[in-house]
Design a protein around this ligand. Structure first.
Ligand code: NDP
Length: 335
């Protein structure tokens, strides 16, 4: 297999030299294992956290470890008769062309939807949106829901779940093309551009009745603007803070913690962090049962950004952290 491993812990934005490409021989699969060929590799923001040594919700990678990641893979040989050569499965092979996997960790893909959906709209990111909205955001009819990184797999699902609940969905994205897609393709009621000079005014115009649910994906200046518009009893599922993932220090200026706490108190706001894995064991089946038919029927829309070749994974990953992707970022590793 050819694989990309962590060579050094990045400082700031990951550099080429933080990664190393290796080619190694794989052993034969044991009776509870299968040999998999990677067809598609999912690139996700959490991978940046795994590259650092700091305390996080997941164990960091060691230097020399293969970069992790969910994959759509083809079974080549299997020691377990539940899987046959040619089967397409959802696995976790990481950034490599072939892998040996425990068959207990594999799931056969639903043939009613295209395989890459298992990495995005019907995969971990889509489920993240579902879990955060069902357990924390709990949008009600007529309420206003705001989410950033809104063309991505988490944000676009948040917006569409808001619409299904009868709420107003406001998406925030970077640049005019993404903003156009929010309302024209992904069903948002309004789209606003966090890179625009008048972002704060656009946010106010798009949320005339304030904000009841802010699904937090990004942090930074978007959070700062949104907090001022949160309503009484509003909810904030804290899912991600991507604006800070490459940061090497806290921002300059006043410590705003006290101000933020006062807003939480004044508005009786619920601010609750979560990692999707908390809910996956009990709610993943509900998610797949409810959402798979909506995707198959085109009632839930999604965007994918498929980049050809494992060679391009590092550059594409840098782009994910800075907004160069448009939709769920997937590397096509093999046909
Ligand atoms: P996306 O495909 O949406 O990609 C990330 C996007 O973040 C970029 O395209 C960019 O979009 C936006 N972004 C980057 N920097 C900034 C910034 N400084 N300010 C505002 N937006 C920025 O990613 P996902 O949908 O996969 O993930 C979205 C969030 O959800 C991430 O924070 C991720 O870590 C989190 N997450 C959390 C999970 C959990 O269990 N808690 C599980 C899965 C994801 P744009 O160009 O529009 O700005």
């Amino acid at each position: 297999t050819t694989r990309i491993v962590l060579a050094e812990r990045p400082v700031g934005e990951p550099k080429d030299s933080d990664f190393r490409v290796e080619t190694v021989e794989l052993p034969e699969p044991a009776s509870d294992e299968a040999l998999l060929e990677t067809l598609y590799l999912s690139l996700d923001p959490y991978m940046r956290g795994r590259m650092s040594a700091g305390k996080s919700y997941a164990t960091p990678l060691e230097i020399g470890d293969t970069m992790v990641g969910a994959t759509v893979s083809r079974v080549m040989t299997s020691g377990d008769d539940k899987f046959a050569p040619g089967d397409l499965v959802l696995g976790y092979s990481g950034w490599q062309t072939y892998a040996i996997a425990k068959t207990a960790h594999l799931r056969t893909l639903d043939p009613s939807t295209s395989p890459t959906t298992a990495l995005g709209v019907l995969g971990m990111p889509g489920f993240t949106a579902y879990a955060g909205m069902r357990n924390i955001g709990k949008p009600k009819e007529g309420e206003t829901v705001v989410v950033a990184a809104a063309t991505g797999p988490v944000g676009s699902m948040v917006g569409q779940l808001a619409k299904l609940a009868g709420a107003r969905a406001v998406g925030i994205a970077g640049g005019p093309e993404k903003v156009r897609i929010l309302t024209e393709e992904l069903g948002f009621d309004a789209g606003i551009d966090h890179r625009a000079e008048d972002f704060t005014e656009q946010l106010a115009a798009a949320t005339p009745d304030g904000i009841d649910v802010y699904f937090e994906n990004v942090g930074g200046k978007v959070l700062n603007a949104v907090v001022r518009r949160m309503n009484l009893y509003s909810r904030m599922p804290v899912c991600g803070l991507i604006a800070d993932y490459n940061a090497t220090a806290l921002p300059d200026g006043h410590d705003r913690m006290g101000w933020f706490m006062r807003q939480i108190l004044n508005q009786s706001m619920l601010v609750r962090g979560f990692i999707q894995g908390e809910f996956a064991p009990t709610q993943m089946n509900d998610f797949l049962t409810e959402i798979t038919p909506l995707v198959a029927e085109g009632k839930i829309r999604y965007r994918e950004d498929v980049v050809d070749g494992l060679d391009n994974a590092i550059e594409a990953f840098r782009g994910l952290l800075t907004g160069r992707n448009l939709g769920k970022l997937v590397i096509k590793v093999s046909d």
